[in-house]
Design a protein around this ligand. Structure first.
Ligand SMILES: NC(=O)c1ccc[n+]([C@@H]2O[C@H](COP(=O)([O-])OP(=O)(O)OC[C@H]3O[C@@H](n4cnc5c(N)ncnc54)[C@H](OP(=O)(O)O)[C@@H]3O)[C@@H](O)[C@H]2O)c1
Length: 256
C-alpha cells in the first residue's frame, strides 16, 4: 500500500489519478464551524485558508494555529509545506490554492500582487462571500507595471476588483517579516491598521490581528487602506496602536 504525507489536501480541480499526494486533513479535536460566513468570531476556532505560504503566510499561519485556529497552507507545490504543517500541528494541513480557497471561512492572500489576476480568475468563485485578508504590497521590481496601478488606486480597492463578491479587508501589510517575531511582545503591541467595507469582516480581521499578537487599528472603509499602503508613514514603522491612530488622525479611543 502506498503511503502519502499526512496533511496534504488534494486540489479540487485535479483528477484523482493525477495526484501524487493525498489528503489526510490533520484532525484537530477543536470545534470546526459550519461552512459559510463567520457570525460569532469571538472565542471560536476559524478555518483559515492561506494562499501564499511564504515569508509572511507561513509565520502568520503558525501564529493563528497557536491561537487555536485551523489553517490550511497552500502552494502550487504543497509537498514543500510539510515543515510548516508539522510545526503548526495539530491545527494545520496543506493543499493546492483552490483547496485553501474552498476550506477557509477566512482566506489570507499572501502573494505578490502580480499573481492576483490569475488567482481571482481561477479561485475567485470559491471566495465569494468570504472574508479575504489582503496583506499584499506592490513592488515594481517584482510586480512590474501593476505595482504603480495598485498604489495609485489604493491596494485594497485594487485587490477587490479581482475578487468580486469577497469581503476584502486590508491588514498585516504594514508589518515587515521581521516584526512577526515580535508578536505578543511584552508591553504595547505593534499596531496593525485594518480597513474594509464589511463591518463583520473587519471585526473578524481585527480578531485575527489580535490573535496573531498585534493590536488592530480599524481605520475605515477599504478605500482608506491607501493611507497605510507601501511608502506611507505608518508602513513598516513598528508603531504602536496609539502611534498609528495619531499618525492617521484617528481619535485616541477609536475602536476600543
Ligand atoms: N516579506 C515581507 O516583509 C512582507 C511584509 C508585508 C507584506 N508583504 C507582502 O506579502 C506578499 C507575500 O510576500 P512574501 O514575502 O511572503 O512572499 P514569498 O515569500 O515570495 O511568498 C509568496 C508566496 O506566493 C505564492 N504564489 C506566488 N504566485 C502564486 C500564484 N500564482 N498562485 C498561488 N500562489 C502563488 C508562492 O507560493 P508557491 O510558489 O509555493 O505556489 C509563495 O510562497 C507580497 O505581496 C508582499 O509584498 C511582504
Amino acid at each position: 500500500m502506498k503511503h502519502h504525507p499526512a496533511g496534504i489536501q488534494r486540489s479540487l480541480c485535479q483528477p484523482l489519478s493525477a495526484l501524487a499526494t493525498v489528503f489526510l486533513l490533520v484532525s484537530t479535536g477543536l470545534p470546526v464551524a459550519a461552512q459559510g460566513t463567520p457570525t460569532e468570531p469571538e472565542g471560536r476556532s476559524l478555518r483559515i485558508g492561506i494562499i501564499g505560504s511564504g515569508t509572511m503566510g507561513g509565520p502568520i499561519g503558525q501564529l493563528w494555529a497557536d491561537a487555536g485556529h485551523q489553517v490550511l497552507y497552500s502552494s502550487r507545490n504543497p509537498d514543500q509545506l510539510m515543515d510548516l504543517v508539522r510545526d503548526a500541528a495539530p491545527r494545520a494541513s496543506a493543499g493546492y490554492p483552490d483547496a485553501a480557497a474552498h476550506f477557509g471561512e477566512v482566506i489570507l492572500l499572501a502573494v505578490p500582487p502580480s499573481a492576483v489576476p490569475q488567482i481571482g480568475e481561477d479561485y475567485g468563485h470559491l471566495m465569494e462571500g468570504k472574508v479575504v485578508i489582503d496583506l499584499t504590497n506592490p513592488r515594481e521590481d517584482r510586480d512590474g507595471l501593476i505595482s504603480n496601478e495598485w498604489l495609485e488606486m489604493g491596494t485594497g480597492l485594487a485587490m477587490a476588483q479581482y475578487l468580486s463578491g469577497a469581503r476584502v479587508v486590508k491588514a498585516f501589510n504594514t508589518l515587515g517579516s521581521g516584526m512577526l517575531g515580535e508578536a505578543h511582545r511584552p508591553g504595547e503591541w505593534i499596531g496593525v491598521p485594518v480597513a474594509g467595507d464589511d463591518a463583520e469582516a473587519v471585526e473578524v480581521a481585527a480578531l485575527l490581528v489580535r490573535d496573531a499578537g498585534f493590536e488592530p487599528v480599524v481605520v475605515g472603509p477599504l478605500a482608506r487602506a491607501s493611507e497605510f499602503d507601501r511608502g506611507t508613514p505608518v508602513w513598516v514603522s513598528g508603531m504602536t496602536a496609539a502611534e498609528v491612530r495619531a499618525a492617521l488622525g484617528l481619535p485616541p479611543d477609536a475602536d476600543r
